[in-house]
Design a protein around this ligand. Structure first.
Ligand SMILES: Nc1nc2c(ncn2[C@@H]2O[C@H](COP(=O)(O)OP(=O)(O)OP(=O)(O)O)[C@@H](O)[C@H]2O)c(=O)[nH]1
Ligand SMILES: [Mg+2]
Length: 709
């Protein structure tokens, strides 16, 4: 069988300290797609055909190597991105398999931030689905070059050309078809290679070698036509190819390959491959394409950052000789080994036990053991060089998005931005012991997951956890109850409303206690202004001279921030506010950080009340795909839920309706949609933005009760 063509020396070299793989032979890539497109199934095949695993893992049997969490195996979906490494054609491929469900979109975000390339998987029947579009945009944002694998070619209704058309139209991409299918649906048995001018035949048995033949006579016409199209497309996008094309000497496979590589790396086009991972067809060719067309760390522009000492913009080139710089992108509390921090090395190298700086938090850290991760298995290494994706033990103060770097050359890399959680659930532990173990568990879970928040509400005595959606919270609650063995009563999911102000106000906060002994004195004047949606919180210090001593200013900010955790309307967190500290006074003896914190907090509360406060609610982007005959009912239902249908598109008999709808109106939507359409429509939802609620909804939120963060 065709296994990774890696020589034993190279494999052995990989374990040693020296750079085992020239940097140009490293590929760091993510597998991204809509839920259920087959990312994990593809990844399992990549591992099998590169000789990394000896038995194919199956999602449906709960044996996928990459889906190793209990929750993943039970549900048959990926929840956490998992990293692994394999080798093909003397290249090292670091792969991260990501989840497709929209609730776990932060996992995709952080992977795309640190990876160089992507394999985007599509279901050949469903084509471009809502979440494929979301991950595509995420990849666009990070300029990640990608190739597409149109999977599930064995399914009834599979259609390569329709999917390619959707990639062109819905994703506004330049698809470059480099393969044609041989046979279709159940008889799909191989691939015509438009680049190499040959045909690959697969019998579907995992251990059979593909049989390579000339392009069959019956396929010659379409082969010639599609190859010509490919060459023309490439000539349009790539000058060297244009020259070859116009030269009239004929275009070779090598010409096409090098043009495809340049075009892919420049994000001008995306090579399209097809196959079926479940039936073991097309994987070896996909591996070749990963090596041929996806970038090595050397192909990427130098990573940008700011010098941590001077704040001047700077860059780092991908080289082992440059000073060490890495970005932490994931923290996992492993029950066996402890706190694992995953990072990507952008420049330089680092050894186990090296001292480094966390420039985000301005602290020293010592790298502990260094580990190469293969899903949940670990391989100990002594050194991580440029381009590596590794995990380390022993970092106490490093969190997702932090930069690690050499003490003599501190740099701050751009962090990773995560969406705000929109849904909450209240949980009440049953006993005191449960309270303690729950706090510990929640602490670990928040460290792992930047889109998960925990707020303890003093007023109600409840702990409120917030996340991205129902599934996200459900998984967390299941983990709390089964993995961490906490007994607790769990409430119903509720919308995480926000509060904000609508007019600027100037307010005074004065905290004075001067009854004998050592008193308290804090006094501030703050201007509060509304920010645009998504503006979060900004603090501006406009204190001149010594009106307020410098050390009390951060305390004032902290007080304001703390008070923002519970708004005046119904105790929801306040957002989108700019606070400018412009005046105040202090007392030689009685002033303290505590007193200024109180003063800040009082000013905010006063300002929130006077600033014409409003509620904000999360609005979701909803996409429904279903047969045209149900369109009327689907739209009617959306309107009755305070939703607005924005666009309707038709692909054959399928309609795609896109709408904006308040999250609060979407509970139970799946069930309604199923009964409206006899189960023939699917939907997906994604957070869009926060928006002011109407007066009657505001009344309703108030009467529902206070204090849900
Ligand atoms: N017919 C067919 N089914 C496939 C193919 N590839 C994957 N599947 C099935 O599709 C389902 C989803 O596969 P996964 O690999 O879990 O998909 P995923 O993209 O990793 O899903 P998430 O991680 O949950 O987003 C499973 O039931 C697979 O067996 C294929 O080529 N053909
Ligand atoms: Mg998966």
């Amino acid at each position: 069988m065709v296994k990774g063509l890696i020589t034993e020396e190279l494999k052995a070299g990989n374990m040693m300290a020296s750079r085992s793989f020239p940097l140009d032979r490293v590929r760091n890539m993510a597998v991204i797609a809509h839920i259920d497109a087959g990312k994990t199934t593809v990844t399992e095949r990549l591992l099998y055909y590169t000789g990394h695993t000896y038995k194919i893992g199956e999602v449906d049997e709960g044996t996928a190597v990459m889906d190793y969490m209990e929750q993943e195996r039970q549900r048959g979906i990926t929840i956490k991105a998992a990293a692994t490494t394999c080798h093909w054609q003397e290249h090292r491929i670091n792969i991260i398999d990501t989840p497709g469900h929209v609730d776990f979109t932060a996992e995709v975000e952080r992977c795309l931030r640190v990876l160089d390339g992507g394999v985007v998987v599509f279901d050949a029947v469903a084509g471009v689905e809502a979440q494929s579009e979301t991950v595509w945009r995420q990849a666009d944002r990070y300029h990640v070059p990608r190739i597409c694998f149109i999977n599930k070619m064995d399914r009834v209704g599979a259609n390569l050309h329709r999917t390619v058309a959707m990639i062109r139209e819905r994703l506004q991409a330049k698809p470059l078809l480099i393969q044609l299918p041989l046979g279709s649906e159940a008889s799909f048995g191989g691939i015509i290679d438009l680049v190499e001018n040959k045909a690959w035949h697969f019998d579907g048995k995992p251990d059979s070698d593909p049989v390579v033949t000339a392009v069959p006579e019956s396929e010659q016409v379409s082969f010639t036509q599609f190859r010509e199209t490919l060459i023309e497309q490439l000539a349009e996008l790539d000058d060297p190819m244009m020259e070859v094309y116009l030269g009239g000497q004929g275009v070779t496979a090598a010409d096409i390959k090098s043009a495809l590589r340049r075009v892919t790396l420049a994000n001008k086009g995306v090579p399209i491959l097809c196959g079926t991972a479940l039936r073991n067809k097309g994987i070896q060719v996909l591996l070749d394409a990963i090596v041929d067309y996806l970038p090595s760390p050397l192909d990427m522009p130098p990573v940008k950052g700011v010098d941590a000492r001077t704040s001047a913009e700077t860059t780092r080139t991908a080289s082992d000789d440059a000073p060490f710089a890495a970005l932490a992108f994931k923290v996992v509390s492993d029950p066996f080994v402890g706190r694992l921090v995953y990072f990507r090395v952008y420049s330089g190298r680092v050894e186990a036990k090296d001292e480094v700086i966390n420039s985000t938090r301005e602290t020293k850290e010592r790298i502990g053991r260094l580990l190469l991760m293969h899903a949940n298995h670990r391989e100990e290494i002594t050194e991580a060089d440029t381009g590596s994706i590794v995990a380390t033990l022993g970092l106490k103060n490093t969190f997702t998005g932090d930069t690690l770097c050499h003490p003599a050359n501190p740099i701050l890399l751009e962090s990773i931005r995560f969406p705000e959680p929109v849904l909450s659930i209240a949980i009440e532990p049953k006993t005191r012991a449960d309270q303690d173990s729950m706090e510990e568990a929640l602490q670990k879970l928040t460290e792992e997951d930047p889109t998960f928040r925990v707020v303890y509400n003093r007023e109600t005595g409840q702990t409120v956890i917030s996340g991205m959606g129902e599934l996200h919270l459900e998984v967390i609650v299941s983990r709390l109850l089964s993995e961490f063995k906490v007994s607790a009563t769990v409430g119903k999911p509720r919308v995480a409303y926000r509060e904000t102000i609508t007019v600027p106000v100037r307010v005074e906060g004065k905290f004075v206690r001067q009854t004998g002994g050592h008193g308290q004195y804090g006094h501030v004047w703050v201007e509060l202004e509304p920010l645009e949606r998504g503006g979060g919180f900004q603090f501006v210090d406009r204190i001149k001279g010594a009106t307020i001593p410098r050390q009390f200013i951060p305390a004032t900010e902290a007080g304001i921030k703390e008070a923002m955790q519970g708004g005046v309307l119904a105790g929801y967190p306040m957002v989108d506010i700019k606070a400018t500290l412009f005046d105040g006074s202090y007392h030689e003896v009685d002033s303290s950080e505590m007193a200024f914190k109180m003063a800040g907090s009082m000013a905010l509360k006063e300002g929130a009340a006077r600033g014409k406060p409003i509620f904000l609610e999360p609005i979701m982007k909803l996409e429904v795909v279903g047969p045209e005959q149900f369109l009327g009912d689907i739209i009617g239902d959306i309107s009755s839920r305070r939703g607005h249908v924005e666009t309707i598109e038709t692909y054959g008999e399928m309609c795609v309706a896109r709408a904006l709808i308040p999250l609060d109106e979407t509970f139970g939507y799946a069930t309604t949609l199923r009964s409206l359409t006899q189960g023939r429509a699917t939907h997906s939802m994604e957070f869009y933005r926060y928006q002011e609620v109407s007066a009657d909804v505001a009344e309703e939120i108030k009467t529902r009760g206070r204090g849900h963060g």
